[in-house]
Design a protein around this ligand. Structure first.
Ligand SMILES: CC(C)(COP(=O)(O)OP(=O)(O)OC[C@H]1O[C@@H](n2cnc3c(N)ncnc32)[C@H](O)[C@@H]1OP(=O)(O)O)[C@@H](O)C(=O)NCCC(=O)NCCS
Length: 335
């Protein structure tokens, strides 16, 4: 028995924010952003839309494809929950009107969706659950410093959500092609935690987590050592991709499509080059959505599975790298 991921769906908030829009808020330019990152525009929520709202809108598209078959667990990945606690899993459960099924929350940032697939696959193959709703969702726009001080990070991120359902089945019933989950590998190295993190607010701060200094000095925003993150991202995504391909015993030339995490177009081009995968077999959405962290891969797969001509047995590879550091790759095959 294998595990499949099916019924991919996405939701992007309607408000489009272009690079020119950002250049009215901070010292940046469309030229700089496109040249250094590939991003042309991204989506931002408007009040009162939250991360769980985006997740729910995407999940409706997934559940609708299941034609009444129930899900019996939720795994939800985000670094931008509606509240410090509880996580978004329980909010998604109640907003969708689902019964009192378990809701797991995953905190692995840009690798969060692949980590969630890994967990979902193990749980369905173990027969602990039959059909797991897997969610990747983020609202970054209210958590970044949209001034010149935060421009290195602010121009990169956008809001959005993607979902699918994982089950232990041979055949899919969803309208959108399903993916068999083959080889996968996840990693972490917390020694690099401070290279990309949101240090405040957290329990490492005394005597209280929120201080006036924190607010005055804008210490509540994420910080990043961009060049170091870039170098590690390329190295690790290439390494882990080679590793899952070797486990399956296939060369990269056999992969029909790579649907990687979307942090920087230059990162993905370098990963493609190192793997020997040409641009027409690399599926990117960063130009229109920026980096939506845990949501990039399900959003990318929901587009790719509808828009790219695919055949049963075609191999699809996803790889991700992010804060932690965490990274991983999952090799899939069209059902
Ligand atoms: C962030 C990133 C795009 C910056 O690109 P870079 O080529 O490394 O640019 P640098 O950080 O060296 O900055 C170059 C210059 O541009 C400036 N700059 C930074 N952000 C800018 C912006 N938004 N607009 C204009 N100029 C900017 C810098 O201040 C610097 O100026 P200086 O040379 O006068 O000091 C790149 O490092 C990156 O993509 N890193 C990885 C990001 C990532 O993957 N994050 C998420 C992981 S999942």
């Amino acid at each position: 028995m294998t595990a499949i991921a099916q019924a991919f769906s996405r939701y992007l908030p309607p408000k489009v924010v272009t690079n020119d829009d950002l250049s009215k808020l901070m010292e940046t330019s469309d030229e700089w952003i496109q040249k250094r990152t590939g991003i042309k525009e991204r989506r931002f929520v408007e009040a009162p839309t939250t991360t769980s709202d985006l997740a729910v809108e995407a999940a409706k598209g997934t559940l609708e494809q299941l034609e009444g078959k129930p899900v019996d667990a939720i795994i939800a990945a985000t670094l931008s929950p509606d509240f410090d606690f509880p996580g978004i899993g329980v909010l998604v459960q109640t907003k969708l009107g689902l019964p009192e099924i378990p809701a797991f929350d995953i905190r692995n940032q840009c690798s969060g969706f692949l980590y969630s697939l890994e967990l979902a696959k193990a749980l369905v193959l173990q027969k602990q659950y039959e059909r797991i709703l897997v969610v990747g969702a983020e609202v970054h726009s209210t958590g970044i410093d949209l001034t010149s001080r935060g421009r290195d990070i602010a121009v990169l991120f956008g809001d959005g959500a993607g979902t699918c359902v994982v089950s232990a089945e041979e055949h899919a019933s969803s309208r959108i092609p399903a993916l068999r989950l083959l080889q996968s590998e996840m990693h972490s190295d917390g020694a690099h935690a401070s290279k990309l993190w949101c240090q405040h607010i957290g329990s490492a701060h005394f005597p209280t987590r929120v201080t006036q200094e924190l607010l005055d000095e804008a210490k509540c925003f994420p910080t990043m050592e961009g060049k170091k993150v870039f170098e590690h991202a390329v190295k690790r995504m290439v390494e882990v991709s080679h590793s899952v391909l070797a486990k399956e015993g296939i060369p990269a030339s056999k992969v029909r499509l790579v649907v990687p995490h979307q942090a920087n177009l230059r990162i993905n081009t370098m990963v493609g080059d190192a793997l020997g995968v040409p641009g027409d077999r690399l599926f990117n959405t960063i130009e229109r959505y920026g980096n939506t962290t845990a949501a990039t891969i399900p959003i990318g797969l929901s587009h790719a599975l509808m828009e790219v001509p695919l055949h049963p047995e075609d191999y699809i590879l996803s790889c991700a790298f992010g804060s932690g550091f965490t990274w991983g790759a999952t090799l899939m095959q069209v059902v």
